[in-house]
Design a protein around this ligand. Sequence first.
Ligand SMILES: [Fe+2]
Length: 475
Amino acid sequence: MEDRVLIVDDDQGIRQTIRSIVEDLGYACDTAPDGQEALGLVESRRYLCVFTDIMMPRMTGLELIKKIKARDISIPIIVITGYASLEIAIDAMKCGASDFLPKPFKMSQIQILLNKMRREKTILEENRRFSDTLQLYRIIDNLKGQLEDKAREISSLKAISEKIVSLKGIRDLVGAIVDVSKQLIGNSEVKFYPVRGLPEPSRDNGPMPELQVPDELLAGKIVRVDNSFLDGERHFQTLFPLTIEGQVFGALDVRTETLLDEEAETKILYLLNRSAERMENVALYEGLYENILSTLRSMAKILDARDPHTSQHSTRVTNFSIAIANALGLSAEERDVLYIASSLHDIGKVGIPDSILLKPDRLTEEEFTIIRKHPDIGADILKQLPPMYRETEIIRHHHERYDGKGYPAGIGDNEIPLLSRIITIADAYDAMTSDRPYRKGLAVGMAVEEITRCAGSQFDPELARLFLHKVIGVF
Ligand SMILES: [Fe+2]
């Protein structure tokens, strides 16, 4: 069934704008001019989410949020807001709104919001299959986390610019802005300064007039300075503001022999505007990624809490896996993927009933069949999250065997992703050496023997050797 979105705003123009964006993105859409009509629609149809204005005649957006939430707490509500009304947006989050859409609207922002709602809906549906307690824990955890995150996010929009400057992606972008500007204007000297760092550039650049942050720049205007009374080749300086979320976050300092003409200024402005959009997206995306990760980690914690005997299992498997990766000399990027995949390798066990997962006796063949579904369940959960596509496959194959006799796919050898083969060894070693309710863990020597015996059948023989020599310290 197609996902349907409801837009509530007394301004017909705004309703139409959001509607056409939402429909272009492939969603069905209803609109309502006020809260009364919106409530009628929510009664009669199921919505992926509701976008609502705050200031409306007859019923305010806040009242509408409360009424919808009283009826069905799971419908996400997004508040349409201007930056002038951040306080109101915070109030709305307290009433149960899950996000906010700042004016003016951008297609990319609406798309990110809708993707997020769709993913959360899928996770929620997935969760309905899990035990009630688990679902309750997760929803509470999630809502609490969301509320805290969002309240922080809204009330500290200023901090966003500081935060994004530390992101690797953003740094690369800044480098690209400088390079492209140099290409656009030949024979120029171009530097980028975060606004707070403005007085610093003189150090590595010889004598330069000290830069003050001019008020016009802070107001988002281009500043042109004639320094021709000074010695030096490039007498003209043009400072361009880089504006993100309405706030000046940095300045591009261009030094040239002659004053820049209008065409050159326009090109640089265009470049800066596009970069600012990109930076906003990177920041939003990274924020989203972090939220997803923290949700998954809390799921993993709930999972660990179900079985006290395995409570540290994921952590130990992660530590062993990373130690193998270090011994192999894998790149930082590979290690990041491995870190997430190994911490969440058994996440699919949230779909296995307690009666089987915690059974102290031997499992029946039928019960084994159910347990064997956990790599696929885990992969299916992560599959909903586009940034996790590599982790998804690694988790799916963490119970394959080198000889092809494992599950779920029965692939072998190098067909199994390298990172899955690493997790398999770490997982098996930890399972052998830790205590279980019905047996004590094996001594290290016996576990080493077992790994050696199964190298080439269950385990990748090279990795098994590496693990024993470099990680466990057996020679
Ligand atoms: Fe597993």
